[in-house]
Design a protein around this ligand. Sequence first.
Ligand code: MSP
Length: 636
Amino acid sequence: MAMTESFYVTTPIYYVNGAPHLGHAYTTIAADTSARYHRMRGTPTKFVTGTDEHGQKIEESATAQETTPKKLADEISETFRSAWKALGIKHDDFIRTTEPRHKKVVADIWNRLQDSGDIYLGSYDGWYCVGCEAFYQDADLAEGKKCPTHEKEVTWVSEPSYFFRMSKYQDALIKHFEDNKDFVQPKGYYNEILSFIKSGLRDLSISRTTFSWGIPVPNDDKHVIYVWIDALTNYISALGGPEGKDFELFWKNSYHIIGKDILRFHAVYWPCMLLSAGLPLPKSIVTHGWWTVGRKKLSKSIPTTRVDPEIIAKDLGNDPLRYYLLREIPLGPDGDFDYDSLFGRYQAELANDLGNLLNRSLSMFNKYFSDVPQVSADAELKAQCQNASNEAAAHYEAFSFSKGLEATWALIRNINKYIDENKPWMLAKSDAPEDKEKLAAVMMNALEAIAWSARLTTPVLPESTAKIFSQMPIADGLANQWPVSEDFGKQVLSVGAPTPVFPRIEKDDKDALIAKWQAHSAPPAEPTNQISFDDFSKVEMRTGTIEAAEKIEKAKKLLKLSVNVGEAKPRQIVAGIAEAFAPEALIGKQVIVVTNLKPAKIRGVESQGMILAVGDKKILDLATAAVSCPPGSQVR
Ligand code: MSP
């Protein structure tokens, strides 16, 4: 991608049926990183995220939670907003599909499709997955009529529906793919979706009548607009619609970062809609795979797969999490989240390669110098810096964050090597004037290269580079600019005392953090001691009056009682209360008796019920009613 006059990047807008998880955080961090990179290049940049709030799925979630869809949407949309704030995401806009500015543009797009003669009324009979909010053909379904993504049974829908003539755009879309080889990236997804289009496009059902939580179809409010038509439009309603000023500036350089499960909607439905609406297509659909945990898809309901990005970031810092997610896998294939590799990369690449390089360089500098000396640039080191910039830039522009970081870390390792080979500690021991000069040159070149490489990491590690530049201030404005050749030698203004930016984490602390995160992610344990109301109501309890009490031979703790519970004959009850009460003290006492307990023999004596006592280990009293009741009164 050549330098552009603008850059527009979006995340999918997230459903408001559950809190953000690691998968959502990944897309958002990737978009944030590319936006930060383009801002550093001085390109007018817009980064939009938001929430997808309409549709059957949200209506059903709200009903299940005994709330209204709007209340649920308000609440969950806010959890996304606050998660992004906590994770240091710098989006320029947060769009919600329940906002009037969005609804207006959706109606406008609908009218454009209609004006093109591409909407007709029919009826839809077929399978629907509420989880995906998608219609399925028999052939698409997994065994047992299950949705291939959610592995849940799909439902049969039969209702009047408006249709969009998507089939009409098949050839135009194929041509667009052929003319724009980066329309979907990486390549594997491009090929997959192109062959899907070539296999034939069907018209698309674009309205529903069996629920109401959505944007009404213009002039036919018995129908609500299919949630994907509504949701996809967010990408242009956030620009003020097709007539908006931002649309003119940004749309031509628009990139949608999405997960592979929603590729068809973005690479087929959306471009067909835009073709019908007479609008240009986005520049590219950038597709990533799934994060798994223990190779299992992340799920809110399976404890081992619940990884909370916020708690990890809170304990370890936002940047290490960003670094791990973007460095561990290239954008495209699935990746397995693993706490050991997270800490492994933290220790080796952040704490050692970068953190330690900074620490030792600042310490040495402070030992040998009090002012920043003027030196000339080491041509080789400068060239390495420039190459790393070029490489990292090309990779960030291609959304290959992992490779961008790899190129940057190759430079960081070279700076470490440069110091090791030039041995400033040896030069410092020498009194020879040429060694003094060389010491200044080595130290300053190393610090310049560190400042340079820190600037290359800024899109991924914005908080850490700010810390680096607070210890080693650089010339005004440069911290937020992508480095260019003339900067080398003019960056570092002064050198302060080092404070570790990535403190080492000892094994015990690491184990404790992992244990804490895992415990946090486990769902609250279901209490195992609960009984249902039905179970409880099986217990029959009545008041009774003790008429006689005597000790049982050879049983220190037991008394044999005769209790009047309002029946023809008193009950014989054996109770373990001999250590708390003398038999004579019990006569006439009102107690509560479980009367439907199966009779049992205790020490050879039949017991026809149980009296209720109070106290933990030691019995303090017998349960009773505060007023005197006729024997046999029900206790409920
Ligand atoms: N609302 C739709 C998107 C509409 S965009 C016009 C939606 N929302 S979602 O909340 O279900 O998912 C949003 C994104 O999160 C998708 O890109 C999806 O791929 C991504 N992820 C969900 N789980 C994921 C992982 N386990 N790993 C990586 N990303 C995953 O779909």
